[in-house]
Design a protein around this ligand. Structure first.
Ligand code: ATP
Ligand code: LTN
Length: 327
């Protein structure tokens, strides 16, 4: 079975964008691949975080993964920070990455523009990500298009290392969802709904209450044409509502468009709110059960134990090849 590995940064609470664009795919992949899903909490501290919120969110995210259908018997689930080999290998890989390569990373360029004091960690972030991937010989790495460049860097580092020291790392492939629906912000429907945005009126979080979900959807920005059809360019708000309905109901975009063609915007929004509320309430019920049961800790302990063994073996091989230590 090929190995698949992915992580969702705990940089903000999970949103319906995280569900549709990330977690839902992982649920589909879990039957086909040996799946590793981890929380890249070390990546989260490349930008300032509140420790109390971060600690709380890490556990919440894992409970949400489970509530959304990630099966702990089919996935290896763990926290990045609980396995020291991620940072150990990251250092080794930093010493095999050129400044020119790291300088080309577009996410760093974008993110560093938004920060006042840019940390060195934000710059080396893609190399830690390469370590996350190479440590476990992942075959496939499902990521959004914005992360593709990072997976390509991991490939380049792996090939360079293998060439210099002999075959050590599997060369991973990015797995970009083919027709993955992109959920846009409800207030600015030309912008992706993003969990780390500070303006939250246009974001539906998986743990929002029914009242808040309805309020956010009912006040979604639309247009003045008063006609429901799918046209991302000219009607981003309405198209986004149709996408959300389609993603939550499983109905195709064409059928969703057909269903709502004679609806006014208010009634369309109400129907969208109904499907989202129905699904999220189910998820929240399961989430609460997982939070109360102690299963999250059990799953993470099991995951930690399993990945520690794999990672230690890989890291010892790397040390040996580099002439580090005594063996
Ligand atoms: P951040 O705000 O912390 O950068 P984000 O909410 O933009 O995070 P990521 O954690 O970067 O999301 O994305 C994780 C995965 O979920 C990626 O594969 C990404 O493409 C997908 N994803 C995130 N937001 C959306 C969205 N609004 N619509 C569809 N897919 C999304
Ligand atoms: N950078 C990724 C999260 C991430 C990741 C990884 C994804 C960290 N390490 C390794 C896949 C494999 C993000 O922001 N979505």
């Amino acid at each position: 079975m090929k190995r698949l590995l992915t992580g969702l940064q705990p940089s903000g609470d999970l949103t319906i964008g995280s569900l549709i664009g990330g977690i839902k795919q992982s649920v589909e992949y879990q039957n086909e691949y040996d799946s590793f899903i981890f929380v890249p909490d070390l990546h989260a501290i490349t930008v300032p975080q509140d420790p109390t919120l971060l600690r709380d969110r890490i556990k919440k995210n894992v409970a949400l993964y489970l509530a959304c259908g990630i099966n702990p018997n089919k996935n290896t689930i763990y926290l990045q920070s609980e396995n020291v080999y991620h940072t150990n290998l990251s250092w080794v890989l930093e010493c095999h990455t050129y400044m020119g390569e790291a300088n080309r990373m577009t996410q760093y360029k974008d993110k560093s523009k938004k920060q006042e004091n840019v940390s060195v960690g934000l710059f080396t972030y893609p190399i830690l990500m390469a370590a996350d991937i190479l440590l476990y010989d992942a075959d496939y790495v499902p990521v959004g298009i914005d992360q593709k460049q990072h997976v390509e860097l991991a490939r380049d580092i792996a090939m360079r290392f293998n060439k210099k020291y002999g075959s050590t790392f599997n060369v991973p492939n990015p797995l970009i969802p083919k027709v993955g629906a992109k959920i846009m912000d409800l207030q600015t429907p030309t912008k992706k709904m993003s969990k780390s945005d500070t303006e939250t009126k246009g974001i539906i979080f998986l743990l929002d209450s029914e009242e808040v979900i309805r309020k956010k959807i009912m006040s979604a920005v639309t247009d003045s044409e008063a006609k429901v059809y799918y046209d991302i360019e000219n009607k981003p708000g309405i198209s986004n509502l149709l996408t959300i309905y389609s993603s939550f109901s499983g109905l195709s975009i064409e059928k969703t468009e057909e269903k709502f063609k004679d609806f006014n915007y208010g009634n369309l929004k109400k129907e969208v709110a109904d499907v989202v509320v129905e699904k999220l309430m189910q998820i929240q019920k399961k989430y609460q059960e997982y939070m109360d049961s102690g299963i999250v800790d059990e799953v993470l302990n099991q995951g930690r134990e399993k990945v520690e063994k794999i990672a230690r073996q890989k890291y010892e091989e790397v040390m040996h090849k580099l002439g580090l230590g005594r063996n």
